[in-house]
Design a protein around this ligand. Structure first.
Ligand code: 0GY
Length: 310
């Protein structure tokens, strides 16, 4: 793949660019597999980054995303609005409309979004909105505004994607459990994998999914959650081995409510930039049978994002 370039914006100091030479995964994803969590950044010269952004990335265009899709063997993408674009969804929507129907999107909207704008987004392929509670990424949005948005997008058959960190789940529980839509959690609610898998923090997340049948989880981002790191860091065969038990538990307990995504182009990583081919090789460690792999990569994302085809 061509190397990352940056447009007219100055990248955040220390920014790690996405990895331009991903390996071919050893694991062959099933036909029709969906990368259900990825982003586009700009390009900044065409789609400027939002003034309120908390970071300035290197550009990561739809062409580069779709080249990665093909390289890894995926058929489709779900492009999630990145916080560096705020509620300006143009780059994400441009990616959808140039995907030949092979991408759906998750937008960020404010309460002043019009019904016409929502309808236009739907026609482009948007099927959800993202509510972000990670304080380093976004400013606070009042709950009444989020409730109002959730009520409006529910009528379109969309869902809500939530991003939060494990220690914040108790405080957010009541809000999450009253949302009127399917609710998709990013990256398993960001567990601290140094803590025990059957300790109170992760048990609360399992309970959250068990007691709320409308809650799904992405078992994504081992590179973000891992302390043991990739093979080059720990000298082992299995990348991100410390995340495996957490993701495997969620896949095996809720096989019909899990999704997987690369998280390309991997915003805000500090230690290393993953080889996306190795990330794909993480999948069979957490979804250990062909049946579980098919649910995770094909059946579940198709049911949520392309119900008319599933
Ligand atoms: C992710 C994770 C992060 C960033 C964003 O939209 C974003 O800026 O999602 C993060 O920094 O943890 O899912 O891409």
């Amino acid at each position: 793949m061509p190397k990352p370039v940056t447009g007219p914006f100055e990248k955040t100091p220390g920014w790690l660019d996405w990895y331009a030479g991903p390996s071919k995964p050893s694991f062959a994803v099933p036909a029709g597999a969906v990368d259900a969590h990825c982003h586009v950044f700009g390009p900044g010269a065409e789609f400027p980054y939002a003034p309120e952004r908390k970071y300035t990335p290197c550009d990561a265009s739809r062409r580069q995303l779709y080249a990665l899709r093909d390289h890894l063997g995926f058929a489709r993408n779900v492009v999630v609005q990145a916080t560096c674009h705020g509620s300006d969804n143009r780059a994400m929507i441009d990616a959808l409309v140039h995907s030949g129907g092979r991408a759906r999107g998750v937008a960020t909207v404010k309460r002043n979004v019009s019904d016409t704008e929502l309808r236009t987004m739907h026609e482009a392929g948007v099927r959800g909105v993202r509510f972000n509670f990670v304080k380093r990424l976004v400013d606070f949005t009042p709950r009444d505004e989020l409730n109002e948005i959730a009520g409006r997008i529910a009528k379109l058959g969309w869902h809500v994607v939530i991003y939060f960190e494990a220690q914040d789940l108790p405080e957010l529980w009541d809000f999450f459990t009253t949302l009127p839509t399917t609710v998709v959690v990013d990256h398993m609610g960001r567990p601290d994998v140094a803590k025990p898998i059957n300790g109170p923090e992760f048990e609360l997340f399992v309970k959250f999914m068990r007691e709320n049948q409308n809650v799904w989880s992405k078992v994504s981002c081992p590179e973000r959650l891992s302390i043991s790191g990739p093979p080059a860091f720990n000298g082992e065969q299995n990348a991100y081995r410390d995340v495996v038990p957490f993701a495997k538990r969620i896949v095996e307990t809720f096989p019909d409510r899990v999704l997987w995504g690369t998280d390309w182009p991997h915003p805000n990583l500090k230690g290393h930039m993953p080889d996306d081919g190795l990330l794909v090789d993480f999948i069979p460690h957490v979804a250990t049978t062909p049946e579980l792999q098919h649910k995770l990569l094909v059946d579940n994302p198709m049911r949520l994002y392309w119900p008319e085809e599933s």
